[in-house]
Write a protein that binds this ligand. Structure first.
Ligand code: PBG
Length: 331
């Protein structure tokens, strides 16, 4: 119960820094951050992503160095996405199943360099490997077929687990894939490999720079609306999350981030499951553009948005600003 003015003055507790610190309800630490990284072929390569100022594609050796940097900053987990060379992309995305593909080499390099000092989260979906840029197999009409795609995703997940992935993160939005992947991991003896499901992933305009980074943007015809969610829907997100928990997800994700904070909140309140938010590439680009235009202070914008995710109930945030945020938090 709040009294009335002047007995109650909420500004009293805001008057000094020590008092603001004492009354702060939400904390953000480097342990709340997951750092997404793009892998490319070569040796000693750092290839800047045009639409993501400050973000680069790294060759496998550079990825291992970034992993060490993350350990030093207290970031507990990195997420990997490959920029597959054009000549290895195909209609069926078969390169996803190659035990020596870019992704698997990057996983091994990180594990060689850092062991269990860091978690490696790997994306399961076919879009970085298909010549059409869709996340699954397509039929003659261009429709992304569900069950045949799930069968391939299972093999992709096992391929990543065998290379040493700690968390399998299916981002494809096919129905039933969490159950199929969980069963295959169990049968394969990968009992402690986690699944973080992209449970509520929306068909969003904020993925543009990511598709540029993995090289699928120019290939993609049409959109992903037959599998990714309609931005108008919230109740449906809860159904997606409920199903993925039942099928064996250890944690779930909401994506994109800021435009879907209400979904993060609702998932957090409805289920006792860790919910992570993905502050996606377009959100990163928006903050960078604002900072470059002098419309706001980069560091303050980054920290305010990340804190917002925590306040909404997120257990953690995938963000390209992870190293910057960790540096700021570490003072
Ligand atoms: C693909 C995938 C996408 C992202 C992560 N995994 C893009 C898409 O669905 O087209 C987006 C991440 C970002 O924008 O930062 N399965």
């Amino acid at each position: 119960m709040t009294g009335t003015y002047p007995a109650t003055r909420l500004r009293r507790s805001r008057a000094t820094a020590w008092s603001r610190a004492m009354h702060r309800e939400t904390v953000l630490t480097p342990a709340d951050l997951i750092w997404p990284l793009f892998v490319t072929e070569g040796q000693g390569v750092e290839d800047p992503v045009g639409s993501l100022p400050g973000v680069s594609r790294w060759s496998v050796d550079g990825i291992a160095a970034r992993a060490k940097e993350a350990v030093g900053l207290g970031i507990p987990c990195i997420a990997l996405f490959p920029n597959t060379p054009a000549d290895k992309r195909s209609d069926d995305g078969a390169e996803a199943l190659n035990p020596d593909n870019l992704m698997c080499r990057a996983i091994k390099a990180i594990k060689d360099a850092c062991g269990n000092d860091i978690g490696v989260l790997t994306d399961v979906a076919l879009d970085p490997y298909t010549s059409h840029g869709q996340d699954g197999l397509i039929d003659d009409a261009g429709y992304v077929v569900n069950d045949d795609t799930v069968a391939v995703l299972v093999d992709q997940a096992i391929n990543q687990a065998q290379a040493g992935a700690d968390i399998i993160a299916p981002s494809d939005m096919m129905d039933g894939r969490i159950k199929a992947i969980r069963m295959a991991l169990e049968m394969g003896g990968h009992h402690n490999v986690q699944i973080m499901s992209y449970a509520a992933k929306y068909a969003s305009a904020f993925y543009g720079p990511f598709r540029d980074a993995v090289g699928s943007g120019g290939l993609l015809k049409g959109d992903k609306k037959t599998y990714q969610m309609d931005p108008a829907n919230g109740d449906e997100a809860l159904r997606e999350v409920e199903l993925d928990i039942a099928e064996g997800a250890d944690s779930v994700m909401v994506k994109p981030g800021l435009p879907y904070l209400d979904i993060v909140r609702r998932v957090h309140e409805a289920f006792a499951v860790p919910v992570f938010a993905y502050q996606v590439s377009g959100e990163y680009a928006m903050i960078e553009a604002a900072a470059a235009a002098g419309a706001g202070d980069r560091e303050a914008l980054v920290m305010e948005t990340l804190l917002g995710f925590r306040r909404a109930g997120a257990a953690g945030v995938l963000t390209y600003h992870a190293p910057l945020a960790a540096r700021l938090l570490n003072g």
